[in-house]
Design a protein around this ligand. Structure first.
Ligand code: 4AD
Ligand code: MG
Length: 466
């Protein structure tokens, strides 16, 4: 359908051609002598309007009411000019086959369903315009991400999902445990009290083959090992945070893009983040026109113009100190008062990006390189309107003695980072990188206001059903 409807002639090039289409019934209008069925095959937002009359083979299935919204069908027909104002062409059907019928309880009916309701139907919501468009834009952003880094000589590195180290040192990790068969003799064991999952018991004592292990919060430390061998690398994979925050910008499982640049400093890092963001935004604007027009019309008015500005204009850069200054001078009353040294909250980020303009660092993780002032670190955040923090990055501490001192200060166990410290023992180089939350990027590009609606199966406190 995408080739027909979104081609330059909007289908007129196909007039007179016989087509075979598969798809799902979006709407169905039975009139006295003719029936209109709109089908969608997910290739684009547009439906194909199919016109069926009693001469078509299989028309009895339409007449008897067997074909309903949600059903999957196969049609063969000829492309003709449409009299309707919504499309240039339609399909005059000569054969229709019901592939899979749809029970009348099909929950995605024409009446517009709320996003909250659709979250409870995550297995079916991709059948709606909004979620189909989000899935296609998300796919294009992923493709553009690989394209940007590959075209610029970066090597993609797969970071492990199971790890013993805590990159952010914030203790927000999920534990890995082992399941044992429930047939296991539990007569006089404390295991009785253990919850059962799919007939298997969780053995909390076992962890990862007897050793503690967690789901990764970030692939950065692993990326650094490859950057100090292959120069420029990036990861793109799932990461996990056990922070119990129910907001429209946090997920317990999200995808992160983490480039790591060797022989590079914070300025190179910021230049890379800017070039990357501008490239992927331009790429979706050019390659997802129909879906982007849909978002512009129905989800977030004006988003196309605003994104075009992001792709073309320079970003504003301000230092942490300037950001704190600006916030302390603001007339607005904040819930969290601002003073130098504090971590900026989302209300502050919103003020900076929406009322003042852009930029500010997080409070310092152990790996961030200390500046000469001894007080600040070489870190940056990239903030965007509507989302706040999209990117967090830094130059890494490449000096062994500084890094060890920092781990001690933060009471982190140096032994656990022995391999990370090794990178500073053997041919250390200045290097820098950043992490970009992929779902926040999809939110930014589509204008969707809840992060749960830009990942197929959101994982948030209390939701892991599908
Ligand atoms: O700022 P964060 O915690 O930085 C790191 O993890 C670094 N190790 C990255 C690096 O330098 N390689 O996370 C990076 C980005 C944030 O800016 C945000 O976009 C996203 O990851 N993020 C989340 N996205 C969705 N849900 C969450 N719970 C997120 N936590 C962070
Ligand atoms: Mg951050």
């Amino acid at each position: 359908v995408v080739d027909i409807k979104n081609g330059p002639s909007q289908g007129l090039d196909f007039l007179g051609n016989t087509l075979f289409l598969n798809g799902w019934v979006r709407t169905l209008r039975i009139q006295s002598s003719v029936t209109f069925i709109e089908i969608n095959d997910g290739s684009c937002l547009s439906n194909m309007q199919c016109v069926i009359d009693s001469e078509a083979e299989g028309y009895d299935q339409v007449e008897s009411g067997l074909i309903t919204t949600g059903a999957s069908i196969w049609v063969q027909g000829v492309v003709v000019e449409s009299k309707g104002s919504k499309q240039k062409v339609e399909l005059k059907v000569n054969k229709i086959v019901l592939v899979g019928k749809s029970d009348p309880s099909f929950p995605i009916q024409k009446k517009r369903a709320s996003r909250e309701f659709l979250r409870t139907k995550a297995h079916l919501r991709a059948r709606t315009n909004t979620f189909g468009a989000v899935a296609r834009v998300r796919n294009t952003l992923a493709y553009a991400t690989h394209k940007f880094f590959q075209d610029n000589g970066f090597v993609w590195v797969s970071n492990p999902i199971i790890t013993a180290s805590d990159c952010e040192g914030a203790g927000e990790q999920f534990c890995v445990t082992t399941l044992i068969p429930s047939s296991h003799d539990t007569a006089d064991s404390p295991i009785d009290a253990i919850p059962k999952i799919n007939d298997r018991l969780v053995d909390w004592s076992k962890d990862f083959f007897g050793k503690p292990a967690f789901l990764t919060v970030s692939g950065q430390l692993n990326a650094e090992t490859y950057a100090t061998a292959l120069s420029d690398v990036y990861t793109f994979g799932p990461t996990f945070r056990a922070e119990n925050s129910n907001t429209s910008r946090h997920l317990a499982e999200f995808w992160m893009i983490e480039p790591e640049l060797a022989f590079a400093d914070l300025n190179d890092d910021m230049a890379c983040a800017t070039a990357y963001l501008q490239f992927v935004i331009r790429y979706v604007l050019n390659n997802c026109k129909e879906d982007m027009e849909f978002f512009d019309q129905w989800i977030d008015k004006g988003i196309i113009d605003r994104l075009s500005d992001v792709a073309d204009k320079d970003f504003v850069q301000i230092t942490y100190t300037e950001a704190v200054d600006l916030l302390s001078r603001a007339k607005k009353k904040f819930e969290f008062p601002v003073k130098w040294g504090c971590d900026l909250q989302s209300e502050h980020e919103r003020y900076i990006t929406e009322e003042a303009f852009s930029g500010s660092p997080d409070i310092k993780a152990f790996y961030m390189r200390q500046n000469n002032d001894g007080k600040t670190v070489a870190a940056m955040d990239l903030l965007v309107p509507g989302i706040g923090e999209l990117v967090g990055g830094s130059q890494r501490e490449e000096r062994l003695e500084y890094l060890e001192a920092r781990l001690d200060d933060l009471k982190l166990n140096k032994d656990a980072y022995w391999w990370y410290l090794d990178l500073r023992r053997y041919g250390s180089v200045p290097h820098a990188g950043f992490g970009l939350g992929f779902e926040r990027l999809v939110q930014f590009a589509t204008g969707m206001d809840n992060i749960r609606d830009v990942i197929p199966f959101p994982r948030t406190p209390g939701s892991a059903e599908f």
